[in-house]
Design a protein around this ligand. Sequence first.
Ligand code: IVH
Length: 700
Amino acid sequence: MPDSSAVQQRILALTERLHQLNHQYYQLDISEVPDQEFDQMLAELHQLETDYPDLALPNSPTRRVGGTITKQFPTAVHRYPMLSLGNTYSEDDLREFDERVQRGLEGAPYSYVCELKIDGVAMSLRYEHGQLVQGVTRGDGTRGDVVTANVRTIRTLPLALRPGPDQPEDFEVRGEVFMPLPVFAELNAEREQNGEPLLANPRNAASGTLKLQNSAQVAARKLRFYAYSLLTPGRHFASHSAALEALSRYGLPVSDTWRRCANITEVLDFVHYWAKQRHEFPVATDGIVIKVDDLRQQDQLGYTAKSPRWAIAYKYPAEAARTRLNEVIYNVGRTGAVTPVALLTPVPLAGTVVKRATLHNANQIELLDLRLGDLVYVEKGGEIIPKITGVDLAARPADAVPIQYPTLCPACATPLVRPEGEAHFRCPNERGCPPQLKARLEHYVSRRALNIDGLGAETVGRFFDLGLVTTPADIYDLPARRAELVTLERLGEKSIDNLIAGIEASKQVPFPRVLFGLGIRYVGETVAQKLAAHYRTIDALMVASAEEMAAVPEVGGVIAVAAAHWFQQPENQALIERLRQAGVQLAVTGEAPVPASDRLAGLTFVISGVFESHSREELQQVIISNGGKITGSISKKLSYLVAGDNMGPAKREKALALKVPIISETELMALLPSSEDEPAVSEENVIAATGLGSQGELFS
Ligand code: IVH
């Protein structure tokens, strides 16, 4: 029998890898390994957890909603299949499309509607009696994932429609869910701050977001929706344009960029206009959709096996430019990750001049077989971050130089490491590598962390270069070194006063932001808040094991291992000691947000489905910290089934058959003491609200 520390190691390794693969799959839309391999790892982990229950981590990937990646959402069959459009890249093809339409309609007059082709995720929404009842992804066109709880978080999407005399009782709205470009840019900036990999484009960001299990997280991502068609069993409107107008009247968001076009010449004018103009539009678009307006004529033209004959998508050519690769430099980030950046001969592309492009990592350089001096193709990924997509091999100069990926850190010459399964090389010299130290200081003073007035990234960087500060704790020694600061160029008395006042004020910044500011790998704002809320003081956090931390909602095994490792380092312990001496907030003040009590002692709960305001882990935590127990299966002895959206019908039926009360997340919360330690509602009210009836004795 293997010793338990070997088992523990294996559990940690599997957990870490599975969390990473899940993250890649859901957030980045990358499948690094085949599903089968994923399932094998999951099965192995599950077996180890069964054999060694004491070593099982509470946030194990085996405990995710639905168990595996393929079972995250229930699926539904589309009433009307979700077809795709024929694509074209040339104006000649558009003219041919028009000729086919003309022939198909046998000379009858017709007109078109042109719309922007939004680059997001197709969504089918069902409205019954004016109420949003279901949201389903395209899936394979016949069957898609039911993501109702997630689409409900889209603020601009009405849950109830404005009534209108011509509103069908039961209809479907098709449209595109997307992430606006500014939201995407903000999300990536935040990920960069947290040392997380960037999302490639807004479409991946939108599809990854829709696949999140926690709809509260989805809500934070600010997705949007544009409707582009309305489907009813019979024909309800005479034309597509009338249906678009009706959708707007009902309160559904329809982009006002659509136009009626009398003929193909007007269609081409529309295409030309948006070729440039779309770069000013705050939503990623990749073309124009052209539809025959009259619905009777649409029926007359009909469908091929895959797509309608009455519509076509004109795709703008991916904006690419060819330019010379002159040099590759290597940036070292806050967490030591090394990112190669290509320096190019400046070239105009989609409205800006591109001089640099990201190469992501060493794999990318190998895949593209890049050489210095090559002519390369640059594209704007999701219209934002330029990337190198290919090499003009025919034009390769004889003296093109193969790129030697560095083996030593370009900043501090420490040998680089590449942790198993990671794409990036890393410089492990956390304590001494200048760009890492500097980036950590910049992070510490940044707006979302300690937000030190008068000490921006630039100033702190300058102080670092001058040897005035190396770690965040050194910042608090600056006021005593006023005389030295005065001698610095470009730093007047007034700026110094401002700086000192800012440093003083930062001592009042709440603990979660200080914890975030420490720059622990993977500990972003949300995780910092969760850890702070759970442990309340840095001292409690410093002695917590990785296993314990992994039990905190939203803190997975990977994060917990990184955080525990960070707190074990003597120099980090010394840093915290100095911050404490300086008077920085290292504990939460005020009430604990998750009330702890024995209110649920003796009660057992099953949690099922997806919830609006809490993740399942949070609900579990709430139940456990109030003395309740979680179980997996429904039996007569079960106290409550806590039901969210998309709960399987079998569970509901079983609970009903065994007379197990089914309650919502709000009703669960109502069972708990409020923060003033009074019951949130009287017991009678709880019983009335939950319809528990004779189950009331559970409280006695
Ligand atoms: S109409 C029968 N209109 O482009 C097909 N599609 O293959 C009906 N899209 O993923 C689609 N903007 O989600 C239509 N204004 C628009 C669109 C649009 C984006 C997407 C659609 C689908 C793809 C078409």
